[in-house]
Every structure is written in C-alpha cells, then in structure tokens.
Write a protein that binds this ligand. Structure first.
Ligand code: BTN
Length: 273
C-alpha cells in the first residue's frame, strides 16, 4: 500500500471517532486559505458548536501575533467552532486544554513524548511539531464568549521547512507508516481527546497533565512584550493557565498569552515559530 491510503475525507476519519466526537460536524477540504478564517466566517454566520473544518493544506495559515504558519500538504490543519460558557479571560483554558488533548493523541500514535511550551506550542525532540491558535469573539452584552475558533496545525510528515524555521520546526513522522490512514487516525484521535477535554474545561484536571509536559517550568526565560525583553524564571502555571514568572528583583507576574512571547534564555529569536 502507498501513502495514497492516507487521503483525508469525512469517510476516512469517521470510523475512528468515538463518544461525543462522533457528533462533530466534519467539513474536510483539500487546500484552503486558513481553516481558522473559514471557521470564523461560519461561526459569525451562526454555524453550530462542534463544526470542524479540516484541510490538508493552507495557503494563508496563521499563527499567533500575526505570524504566518507554514502549512504544506504534509500536515494536518483543523479548526473547531466552540460556543463555551467562558469569560474572555478564561479562554486560555481552551488553548491549554487543546494542547493536552493533542499532545496525548500524538503520544498515543507515535509512542513518543511530547513537550508543551506555554502556551500553545507542542514539541517533540526539541522541535516544534504543532501550533494552536484560539481566536474568540466577544458577546459585548454579557462579556462572555460569542464563539471561539480553536485552530490546530500539526506537522505530520513535512521534510523541508523554509530557511527561517528549519532549525526549530519538526514533524511527528520522518516517514508515514504506509499501511495505515495515519492522518485520518490522528485527526480522529485529536477530536476524540478534544471532545473529552472541552467537556471538562472548568474542572481543570488537565492542567496537571499540561504542567507535566511543560518544558518552561524551572527554566530561565526571556519575556518579550512588544519591543521590550525581560529576563525571568518560569516558576508555575496557575489554575487559569497563566504562566507565573519571577523577575530578578523577586517580583512575580502572571502572564496571559495575549501580547507575550517567551523564549528560553539560550534560544535564538525567530519570527515564525
Ligand atoms: C502558532 O504556532 O502560532 C499557532 C499556529 C496555528 C496554526 C493552525 S493550522 C489550523 C488553523 N488555521 C490557521 O490559519 N491557523 C491554525
């Protein structure tokens, strides 16, 4: 069997869905601009919770803070429309819950460990293999979320990354296993885990799983806010998924993801990670 066995369709994913994930509405496309952009349009038009846009390639994949997300055909890109009963400040729980759900799906499939870099990056063997982008729309009347779009991009088997990210980006497989529809299984496993995690977001038990995989804790880091960089130590992740950092003067700060970028002190800067 060849890797043509790995074509992604609703029919190829559905048999692997279980429990509540079987109730998701899947919309699988080949090449799109950005699954998040499409999902946001659909959500604004009233699409229901559990609508999932999946694509095998993106021409305008987006990352955090206006960055692009390299999205060739060797990856898996998906966006899920959520209508959670959360305040804007708790929307960080969606990203962190999703990070654990995706990490477990990848660990299960590959038998290898996945580390999480607060707040939305997944790493394997020191390389970024997945990014998560949650975009929310606020209901101005009650301050709650109108909807959230949870976007997940996984490098499944990308070999050649562009020059600017080739030292930091990696893939979960160097070769796809040939006898299995591996991308479909991965998509279903992610959705299965997400259905469980998203259902229990506010009980926060998954935060322990998150911390266990977090490789920033205990490390010296640079906190980048706009054009300012501050050195600090990452000391904890609190129950609202904020990163607690301690500065050299012993003051502490709870960081939300918004405008903050984190680097290990010895890590090189890059605009596309
Ligand atoms: C990041 O690393 O900064 C986040 C990357 C998020 C990428 C995913 S791929 C699916 C969805 N569609 C997008 O355009 N972005 C997200």
């Amino acid at each position: 069997l060849k890797s043509s066995n790995d074509i992604l369709t609703v029919q190829s994913i559905a048999p692997y869905l279980r429990g509540k994930a079987a109730d998701f509405f899947l919309d699988v496309r080949k090449t799109v601009t950005s699954t998040n952009t499409i999902a946001k349009e659909l959500a604004a038009g009233g699409a229901c919770e559990g609508t999932v846009i999946i694509a095998t390639e993106q021409t305008e994949g987006r990352g955090r803070m206006g960055r692009s997300f390299y999205s060739p055909a060797s990856g898996l890109y998906m966006s899920i429309i959520l209508r959670p009963k959360l305040n804007l400040e708790d929307s960080l729980l969606i990203t962190t819950g999703a990070a654990v759900a995706v990490a477990k799906a990848i660990e299960n499939l590959t038998g290898r460990d996945v580390q999480i870099k607060w707040v939305n990056d997944l790493f394997m063997d020191g390389k970024k293999i997945c990014g998560i982008l949650t975009e929310a729309s606020l209901n101005v009347e009650n301050g709650g979320l109108e909807y959230a779009v949870l976007g997940i991009g996984i490098n499944v088997c990308t070999k050649d990354f562009p020059e600017n990210i080739k030292d930091i980006a990696g893939s979960i497989f160097t070769e796809k296993p040939k006898d299995e529809p591996i991308t479909s299984i991965l998509a279903a496993n992610v959705l299965n885990n997400l259905a469980d995690t998203l259902d229990n977001l506010t009980d926060k038990t998954y935060l322990e799983e998150y911390k266990k995989r977090s490789f920033l804790l205990g490390k010296d880091i640079n906190v980048i806010k706009g054009s300012n960089t501050f050195t600090a130590k990452a000391i904890d992740i609190d129950d609202r998924a904020r990163l607690i950092v301690k500065y050299p003067d012993s003051s502490t700060e709870a960081l939300t993801s918004g405008e903050v970028s984190i680097r290990l002190s010895n890590q090189q800067d890059s605009k596309n990670d």
